[in-house]
Design a protein around this ligand. Structure first.
Ligand SMILES: Nc1ncnc2c1ncn2[C@@H]1O[C@H](COP(=O)(O)OP(=O)(O)OP(=O)(O)O)[C@@H](O)[C@H]1O
Length: 255
């Protein structure tokens, strides 16, 4: 039996002036799965990601999180709701160490204020220590703990991407949104990412928007394919791969 979806995007339409970027798009992300969204350039992938994050408001439709409408949510509400994300630009703080960048993501679990920590209040200090231990645990898990005191700018791109992922994971999300997690990675790093993402499914659902179709086919349990803002295929990888509309959509834009 299939579990109830964690996230549902329901009959969602987005327009930018006269352009329909998403046209009646629906999808359901189930707990414990990796769900991919693919499609040719301009298909609406980023717009869909932005609707889920609350950056873009649809003219029709809604996003449901555990059955509750996210109609009025703002981006900064997401972590509190159990949803974290990485973005294409990574968004790391250049002047902060890797560890401090990751700690920024842990604030959902901070029981006391930063002022309390500064004043040396016992509960706040204990809280801070607990979060630091958790952040170090995630750095260790992603095999980047040796760079904990480095500044992001000094690190290779693949490591910086892992730092951004660590920051999203430390909040212990129930849904992890990844915007092009494979972009800019070497083939070896993409392989490592596939293993890493598969290892997350016992604790969070993952929704990723990605250009790297081959990686998506290998890592995902379920794939939604967009073309010109519409869903043209939705199902497990083998079904999507065999779908003629998907082949046509990609061949139609090649070259
Ligand atoms: N802020 C905006 N204003 C106007 N048009 C936009 C805006 N954002 C996206 N679009 C248009 O909406 C359509 C969908 O764009 P979107 O970026 O969501 O596609 P995509 O699948 O992410 O593309 P890519 O793979 O190239 O990143 C495109 O035609 C794009 O030009």
């Amino acid at each position: 039996m299939q579990s109830d979806p964690a996230l549902t995007v329901s009959a969602t339409t987005v327009r930018f002036g006269g352009l329909t970027a998403l046209d009646d798009v629906s999808l359901a992300v189930r707990p414990g799965t990796v769900h991919g969204v693919i499609g040719p350039n301009g298909a609406g992938k980023t717009t869909l990601f932005n609707v889920i994050c609350g950056f873009v408001r649809p003219v029709r439709g809604e996003v449901l999180w555990r059955g509750e409408s996210l109609r009025h949510h703002r981006t900064h509400d997401l972590a509190r709701l159990g949803i974290t994300r990485t973005v294409q630009g990574l968004g790391l703080f250049a002047g902060a160490t890797v560890l401090d960048n990751v700690l920024v993501g842990a604030h959902r679990h901070r029981g006391s204020s930063a002022l309390g920590t500064l004043l040396g209040l016992r509960g706040a200090v204990r809280d801070e220590r607990r979060l630091t231990e958790r952040a170090l645990g995630v750095l260790d898990e992603l095999d980047i703990a040796r760079w904990r005191d480095a500044l992001p700018g000094a690190l290779p791109y693949g490591v910086r991407k892992r730092v951004a992922l660590a920051r999203a994971l430390v909040a212990e999300p129930e849904l992890l949104l990844l915007d092009e997690p494979a972009s800019g990675l070497s083939e070896v790093e993409v392989e490592e990412l596939v293993v890493l993402l598969r290892g997350l499914t016992d604790r969070t659902a993952v929704l990723l928007v990605e250009h790297h179709v081959d990686m998506v086919m290998r890592v995902c349990d379920h794939i939604t394919v967009l073309d010109f803002g519409r869903v043209i295929a939705d199902g497990p990888p083998e079904q999507v791969r065999a779908d003629e509309r998907v082949t046509e959509a990609y061949l139609g834009t090649a070259g």
